[in-house]
Design a protein around this ligand. Structure first.
Ligand SMILES: [Cu+2]
Length: 679
């Protein structure tokens, strides 16, 4: 009832405010994901079909927003929260192994057996240039997977910038959680050299949920530096070097039994691009080293203290060559190789005063799994006629993984598995998108694809990984079959003047869907666990849904955006799949006059009464929240300065999303103030 009243209030206020507020520009259809292009050519990458992209200027309505808050705004995207930091992005009810996540095309695999460190946690919001979310895994040189992927494009150093040295610095404060934020960016660019340094710092204490209850273990501290440098040795060549340094300390995870004392990422790359008359060649070599240390020393009532470090090292190289065959075919060839090492272990310290002789116990949870992957993608963008275009692609990937820890192999023998045999998969992926420009304002598209993925390191090799959502220890199986899916989507875009309407319907039909199934022949190892689940292939599953987005102008001065999304997922026995978001609607009203901007946002989520009970899910009530923000220029020290003030969760609602693990309430009302100076 309370929720119904709130929703009514939200809608009423929304209608009333038709005559005020706004900021969001229409979604960028063109992503200039290579900022250097402007120095040479102006043509961007055009995303065709079933994808969403967002440029920084579009989503950054509020200064000081965090990366996961930005991601959550994207169409088809929801986030899984286990705490206040590093939420895990999902796309249409698919997560982790079903999606690929890359930063500037680089493959990165988190080092946490509990998914506390999704790839997005290693990019800071002020270093983000754009995010592309695509249902077609082939477009952006990503790994084989089912659901598509996210690519996070970072800021690049700009040549010939309007000033040789330019940049910005900002500080912010958030009342709820005592959040302190600071960031800094400086760019140097002449005609041949460019350098960009970006820094970001955040520190939060525990936040309060709506109503005032303090949510313990929601604190975190994070620092991120990114350096990118570009050099143009000639008019047609660019050489880039990039380094990202990211450290997080003392990160609480209230939905899990453990926190993180340290999570660190070192991400580096070198790339080369050459423009020819009718083609381009791009080469990139990269590496990243991710360290993750979980501990429970800050928790009360720990029956057995544990140390759980993990690491993931990835090295890769890929090439992309684009060229034209005749007038109608634009070909992309993309060979790709990467190597990943994943290792995680745990030490358990018994502290039963009656049994002081109990020794420290040791276990390896990711047994030094070394994975090699090589793939080749070929794509043709075929212009059939002036109205119709067909983009089709095929990708083949060979991937092999082997355990290198003797101890890990012995552990598997205990449960009757031979860990000496490498697990090898040949993965085939194919995709076709047909777009038809019906008339000046209407574009239709239809997409069909077939996709295969290998099991993740946890699904294939995890050993007694505790899942605090359902309370089971999970065991991976090295000889799981690959998961496959047939996927289709259709939709249309309609655009006239400043109004854009985008609609999509999609369906994914899985075979050999990978999921944990209770196996009562094993006993749980974690104290208090419900038992053991083993990863298995179930015969089938499906996910379907729709997305609608409207962007328009009301009363000439107010920008209005409305996004609706719905996902429905079931397994072969018609039981609901886990982590499926309910119907959601988000509206934004924005008003801007000169440099003053005001925005009102209303988010409504329906109840989710279709939980997967055996995954530990419960029904989730509906909720509605309102956020308000405003930004204005001020004069300070003769510099261009702006101040922004926001109120998040205006009515202090006590709510949580269906995808928030163990129903931990999200933050209540919070005031945020941010001061930014540009030079
Ligand atoms: Cu972790």
């Amino acid at each position: 009832m309370k929720n119904l009243i709130q929703i009514t209030i939200i809608v009423t206020i929304g209608m009333f405010l038709h005559s005020y507020g706004y900021t969001q520009e229409s979604t960028a259809k063109i992503i200039i994901n290579d900022s250097l292009k402007s120095a040479i050519d102006l043509e961007g990458v055009i995303i065709i079909g079933d994808s969403t992209s967002s440029k920084t200027e579009d989503f950054k309505s509020v200064e000081g927003q965090r990366t996961d808050e930005i991601i959550e705004d994207l169409q088809g995207v929801n986030i899984i929260r286990r705490g206040n930091y590093a939420a895990e992005p999902t796309f249409r009810g698919m997560s982790s192994g079903q999606l690929s996540m890359t930063i500037d095309g680089m493959k990165i695999f988190g080092a946490c057996t509990d998914k506390m460190d999704p790839v997005s946690s290693y990019v800071s919001s002020n270093n983000l240039e754009s995010i592309t979310v695509s249902s077609n895994n082939n477009h952006a040189c990503q790994g084989s997977n089912i659901g598509g992927g996210f690519d996070f494009q970072t800021k690049q150093a700009q040549f010939n910038s309007h000033k040789e040295i330019s940049g910005s610095a900002g500080i912010g404060y958030q009342t709820n959680g005592n959040g302190r934020l600071a960031d800094f960016n400086v760019n140097y660019g002449d005609s041949a050299w460019a350098l960009n340094l970006n820094a970001n710092y955040q520190k939060f204490d525990n936040y309060k949920a709506g109503g005032g209850q303090t949510i313990k273990y929601t604190q975190f501290e994070k620092v991120n530096f990114a350096l990118s440098s570009n050099w143009m040795p000639s008019n047609t060549e660019i050489l880039k070097a990039q380094f990202i340094y990211d450290d997080a300390y003392n990160v609480g995870y209230p939905a899990l039994p453990m926190d993180v004392s340290f999570a660190g990422g070192r991400i580096y790359s070198l790339s080369y691009k050459k423009y020819f008359t009718n083609s381009t060649l791009f080469l990139k070599a990269y590496g990243n080293n991710i360290t993750h240390i979980m501990d429970d020393t800050k928790r009360e009532f720990v029956p057995m203290h544990m140390d759980m470090p993990g690491k993931s090292d990835t090295y890769g190289v890929f090439a992309k060559s684009e060229f034209n065959i005749g007038e109608r075919h634009q070909i992309l060839i993309n060979p790709d190789y990467y190597y990943n090492v994943s290792f995680a272990d745990m030490k358990m310290y018994p502290n039963d005063p009656n049994r002081p002789e109990e020794p420290v116990m040791y276990m390896i949870t990711w047994p030094d799994v070394r994975r090699h992957s090589g793939s080749l993608l070929i794509q043709d963008r075929f212009t059939i006629n002036s109205q119709t275009e067909l983009k089709y692609s095929g990708k083949i990937e060979y991937v092999t993984s082997k355990i290198f820890s003797e101890f890990g192999i012995q552990q598997l023998e205990v449960i009757g598995k031979d860990g000496n045999i490498p697990s090898t998969y040949i993965l085939g992926n194919g995709n076709a998108v047909l777009t038809y420009q019906m008339n000046k304002s209407t574009q239709l598209f239809g997409q069909i694809g077939y996709a295969e993925r290998q099991p993740t390191v946890s699904e294939g090799f995890g050993y007694y990984l505790f899942n605090s959502m359902d309370g089971y220890d999970y065991i991976g199986i090295p000889d799981l079959r690959k998961e496959t899916a047939l996927k289709t989507s259709i939709g249309f875009n309609w655009q006239k003047d400043k109004t854009v309407l985008e609609t999509k319907i999609y369906h994914y039909q899985f075979q050999d869907y990978i999921i944990g199934i209770v196996d009562s022949t094993y006993d749980g190892m974690t104290i208090g666990s419900n038992g053991v689940k083993v990863y298995e292939n179930i015969p089938s599953a499906s996910i379907s849904g729709f997305e609608v987005k409207l962007n328009t102008t009301l009363f000439k001065t107010v920008r209005f955006q409305n996004q609706t999304q719905f996902t429905y997922g079931i397994d072969h026995q018609n039981n609901p799949l886990q982590m499926i978001p309910p119907l959601q609607n988000a509206s934004k009203f924005g008003y801007s006059y000169k440099q003053v901007k005001i925005q009102l946002e209303a988010v409504i989520a329906a109840m989710q009464n279709n939980p997967r009970i055996d995954a530990g899910e419960t029904t989730t009530p509906s909720y509605g929240i309102i956020n308000i923000s405003g930004q204005a220029p001020i004069k300070l020290l003769q510099q261009s300065t702006s101040i922004s003030v926001s109120i998040n969760n205006l009515f202090d609602s006590n709510y949580w999303d269906h995808l928030d693990w163990n129903s931990i309430p999200r933050p209540g009302r919070s005031f945020i103030v941010n001061l930014r100076m540009r030079f």
